[in-house]
Structure formats: structure tokens, C-alpha cells
Design a protein around this ligand. Structure first.
Ligand code: SAM
Ligand code: SF4
Length: 325
């Protein structure tokens, strides 16, 4: 599928739940977000049908996200159903890592290719604060387990926020000196609990890069499937460092994705409230041709870019956990 701006859309990100076992300060308020009723959340068979139809239109890559996707019961069933589809080339999953130690092997056996782990502090007390109760040790053990299970390359995503965790940018980049991981820095976005976002907490990617360069000179790395990230390496390091400037429009030019929300809406752009309801037609017996038409429509209405800037006022978007970050 090509959108009106010539971008090839072959990537579907699926939020399988809006529930989470953590409450990261920049993502949710302490009491969590208002939850979608269980019966409104897509069932696995519904997701499988949508993916099957999407593959017939050219989708080849799937990312499972949430909320916390491993916290949804029987997630391995979904992974194995998707990995049985011939046209799917890559299945990845974004997780906070809490349940990885327990499930990494099972997920790998089910056909998961790799994981991205969100990690915003390497300091035990701060990690517990940011996540409102998480235990860093558990996540670090989960990452090791995932590596052993072959869910590689391991990607660690960090969101640097000024006055919150930006003093750890150097430490995160140093992980790549000893581990073959991809450590990726992602710009803080004006989405999530309103009280967290302030333009002065946002750190532009150029500034993040400068802080990384205090550890050593960076050399550009050409990656086959780099998506919106730009990659670099310290000399001789086994791992690489990625920079994702979500706020600048470069990100949009490379955008090859559609999102499916936990409540069954196709969302052509993370930052636009335009959504196409798939759940209602699915549940009222729509034929495949109609679902395909809606999938194509969501590509046709995909905007060229977003209008957010670092000075953006907070956007009253749906929480990230529901859209699928
Ligand atoms: N629970 C899983 C996790 O944390 O990896 C998957 C869902 S989470 C919503 C997906 C990603 O969204 C995480 O990497 C998180 O850091 C990111 N995220 C949430 N709110 C954000 C914000 N305001 N700005 C930038 N990234 C954000
Ligand atoms: Fe949960 Fe992920 Fe949001 Fe943290 S970022 S609260 S782990 S959904």
C-alpha cells in the first residue's frame, strides 16, 4: 500500500491492551487511565483476521504493544497465530520488561523475533519512582533472559526528560560499549498525563546527541531497517546508539506504519485523532472486502506529518497506552 505522499505502508503496530502493570509518570496518572471495558477490547481472533487482511494488502511487519502486552493473558497464542502467517516477515514487541524473565523463552518459541524494552533509569530508587513501583533488577534480569532466548537485537528505548533522568544519558549510551544492544533515545512527546508535559522538559535530539558525545566520538552506522532512527557507534563498540526525533518531521517522512488501537480503531497517525472503526464492522459480520476497504482508507487519509513542535501545548490525545506507543 502506498499513501498519497508515496510512503510504502507495510508495518502495523497493534495495541493489545490498555492495561499496564506499571504507572510510568510520563505515560499514566497514578490511578492509571480510564480503562476500556473488556468487551470493547479486540479479541485475538479479531486481531488475527485484521492482520491476515492487512498482509493481503502488503503489511509485512507487526509490532505488538500496549499498555503492557505481556500482561495480556495468552499473548503467546496471538504471537504464534501471527507467526504462522507466511507473509509476515517480522514480529516484534515493545515491553516494560517486567514479565520478560518469566516469558521470554515462551515468546521466542511462539515465533516472536525481537523485543524493545522501555527503560528510563538505571538507578534503582529513581526507576521505582518513575514507574511508580517497578523494580529495576527484575527488568535487567528480563533483558538478559530475552537476549539468551534470542529475541535480538535487543533494543532499549529511553525517553530523556529534563530534570528527571537526563543526567543518565551518558550511562545509557555506555551500555553499548559492552553489550550488542541498540540503545535508542526518543524525544519526550506532549502526550500522557497533562501535569507531566512542559515544553522546558523536552530535550531536542541534537542536545541528547551532544550529551552522548561527552562519552566519546560517534561514528554513523548504516542500518538496513533503521525506520525513523539514526544510528551511531562509539569506536569498536559492540552496540549502537539510535536517535529518534519524534517531534521533528523527519520522523514523518520515514513513517511506514498504521496503528490498531486496543479498542479496534485504525489510527493512521499517532498524533492525529483521526481513527477508523474496524471493530463495529467486524462484529456486525462485514465481509473481507469491506475490512480491506477500511484498511486502504486509513492509508489514503494518512497525514503527511504532524504539527507538534517542542513548544507545543499539551495535546489532548488518547493516552499512549491505548493507542499503542
Ligand atoms: N508498556 C510498554 C512499554 O512501556 O514499553 C509498551 C507501551 S508504552 C505506551 C510504549 C512506549 O511509549 C514506551 O517506550 C514509552 O516510553 C513511550 N511513551 C509513553 N509516553 C510517552 C511520551 N509522553 N513521550 C515519549 N514516549 C512516551
Ligand atoms: Fe505502562 Fe509502558 Fe506506559 Fe510505562 S510506558 S505506564 S510501562 S504502558
Amino acid at each position: 500500500m502506498k499513501d498519497p505522499f508515496g510512503r510504502k505502508i507495510d508495518y502495523l503496530r497493534i495495541s493489545v491492551t490498555d492495561r499496564c502493570n506499571l504507572r510510568c509518570m510520563y505515560c499514566m496518572s497514578p490511578e492509571g487511565v480510564k480503562q476500556i471495558k473488556y468487551k470493547e477490547i479486540l479479541r485475538y481472533e479479531e486481531i488475527v483476521r485484521i492482520v491476515e487482511l492487512a498482509t493481503s494488502l502488503g503489511v509485512r511487519k507487526i509490532r505488538i504493544t500496549g499498555g503492557e502486552p505481556i500482561a495480556r493473558k495468552n499473548i503467546t497464542y496471538l504471537i504464534s497465530s501471527l507467526s504462522a502467517m507466511e507473509r509476515i516477515e517480522d514480529i516484534s514487541l515493545t515491553t516494560n520488561g517486567v514479565l520478560l524473565e518469566r516469558y521470554a523463552d515462551e515468546l521466542a518459541r511462539a515465533g516472536l523475533d525481537r523485543v524493545n524494552i522501555s527503560l528510563d533509569s538505571l538507578k534503582h530508587a529513581r526507576f521505582t519512582d518513575i514507574t511508580r513501583g517497578g523494580t529495576l533488577k527484575v527488568v535487567l534480569r528480563g533483558i538478559e533472559r530475552a537476549e539468551k532466548a534470542g529475541l535480538v537485537p535487543i533494543k532499549i528505548n529511553m525517553v530523556p526528560i529534563k530534570g528527571f533522568n537526563h543526567d543518565e544519558i551518558g550511562e545509557f549510551s555506555k551500555i553499548t560499549l559492552t553489550k550488542p544492544y541498540q540503545v535508542r533515545f526518543i524525544e519526550f512527546m506532549p502526550i500522557g498525563p497533562k501535569e507531566m508535559w512542559r515544553p522546558d522538559k523536552y530535550i531536542p535530539i541534537q542536545e541528547i546527541k551532544k550529551l552522548v558525545e561527552e562519552t566519546g566520538k560517534l561514528f554513523p552506522v548504516e542500518m538496513k531497517k533503521s525506520g525513523p532512527a539514526q544510528y551511531f557507534r562509539f569506536e569498536g563498540a559492540p552496540g549502537v546508539i539510535g536517535f529518534i526525533n519524534a517531534i521533528s518531521n523527519q520522523f514523518c517522512r520515514e513513517c511506514n506504519r498504521l496503528r490498531l488501537t486496543a479498542d479496534g480503531k485504525l489510527r493512521p497517525c499517532l498524533f492525529s485523532e483521526t481513527e477508523i472503526d474496524l471493530k463495529t464492522p467486524l462484529r456486525s459480520g462485514a465481509p473481507d472486502s469491506e475490512i480491506r476497504k477500511l484498511l486502504k482508507l486509513s492509508v489514503d487519509v494518512k497525514p503527511e506529518g504532524h504539527n507538534l513542535s517542542c513548544g507545543s501545548e499539551f495535546t489532548a490525545l488518547k493516552p499512549m497506552s491505548r493507542i499503542g506507543g
